[in-house]
Design a protein around this ligand. Structure first.
Ligand code: CP
Length: 303
């Protein structure tokens, strides 16, 4: 049965076996490169992005097109939401047109779960506020699996953990898969309650980097800050920025970042654009992982 017909609100919705199946299907698609498939021919997928996105939106669109599905991008700003139509009626209207699967990003945590109240079609969370970003976690974990072949690795995730849905989903998924995970940054960005995720927390990024195989940077989410988390961006960079001097404290660590990056704030170009950076591979893998998810959830003929 696997994940066929299921929703994906967060990584908790997946068993380790589901993740393995997603990775193997993503690897299968990656081996075939840019080949087009017809496994989802006749299926209609609707993306609803109420919050900005480059990678997630376009990779879902590419993934759907490569599988032969019809993809519709709902644009809130030009929709009848502007005439006062409710979210409920918006979803029911889309459903009446025969949408087989929804992909939603919203600034409000829990929006994908709310959407599910109005539709029987599967819903994939493409990021809901600071809560969760399960498909980013899957593509991050896939990238690690491809590089290391297992999850017997140490990873430190550094930066604005407090406002990061990626850090939350990555921490849960990587722990589930067996990785040793540390969340690091200033105390204002990494409060002690993150220990509840079963991960280590650290405010000493040099020490954490020196012990890690993978260093993941997180964007300082200026749009979600109410102020008071650190004095200035320059000081943040000085004390918590990922630069080549700090990276050299570990043995050939891989650099990862979910993007978008603030160059010169949480990471310096000498790291983000170096040979040790997996940032572009993460983006490439995002298409194949999302192809795998869509194919498995909608039961494409490659099943
Ligand atoms: N990583 C990520 O979610 O990027 P986008 O906001 O560009 O989709």
């Amino acid at each position: 049965m696997g994940i066929r017909g299921k929703d994906l609100f967060d990584v908790d919705d997946l068993e380790a076996g589901d993740v393995k199946e997603i990775f193997e299907r993503a690897q299968f698609f990656k081996r075939h490169g840019l080949q087009k498939w017809t496994s989802l021919k006749g299926k209609s997928i609707c993306t609803l992005f109420f919050e900005s996105s480059t990678r997630t939106r376009i990779s879902f669109e590419l993934a759907a097109k490569r599988l032969g599905a019809d993809i519709i991008n709902f644009t809130a700003s030009t929709s009848s939401l502007n005439k006062g139509e409710s979210f409920k009626d918006t979803v029911k209207t889309l459903d009446a047109m025969g949408i087989d699967l929804y992909v939603i990003r919203h600034s409000e945590p829990g929006s994908p779960v709310m959407m599910k109240k109005y539709t029987n079609s599967p819903v994939i969370n493409a990021g809901d506020g600071v809560h969760a970003h399960p498909t980013q976690a899957l593509l991050d974990a896939y990238t690690i699996w491809e590089k290391f072949g297992n999850f017997n690795i140490k990873i430190v995730i550094i930066g604005d953990v407090l406002h990061s849905r990626v850090a939350r989903s990555d921490a849960k998924l990587l722990k589930m898969l067996g990785a040793d995970v540390t969340l690091a940054g200033p105390e204002s960005f990494v409060p002690s309650y993150f220990e509840n995720y079963g991960v280590r927390i650290s405010h000493n990024i040099e020490k954490s980097i020196s012990e890690s195989d993978i260093v993941m940077g997180l964007r300082v989410q200026l749009e979600r800050q109410s102020g008071g988390f650190f004095p200035t961006l320059d000081e943040y960079n000085e004390f918590y920025g990922i630069n080549s001097k700090r990276m050299k404290m570990a043995k050939n660590p891989i650099f990862m970042h979910p993007g978008p990056m603030n160059r010169g704030v949480e990471v310096m170009e000498e790291v983000s654009d170096s040979d040790s950076s997996a940032v572009e591979e993460q983006v490439t893998n995002g298409v194949f992982v999302r192809m795998a998810l869509l194919d498995l959830i909608l039961g494409g003929v490659t099943n």
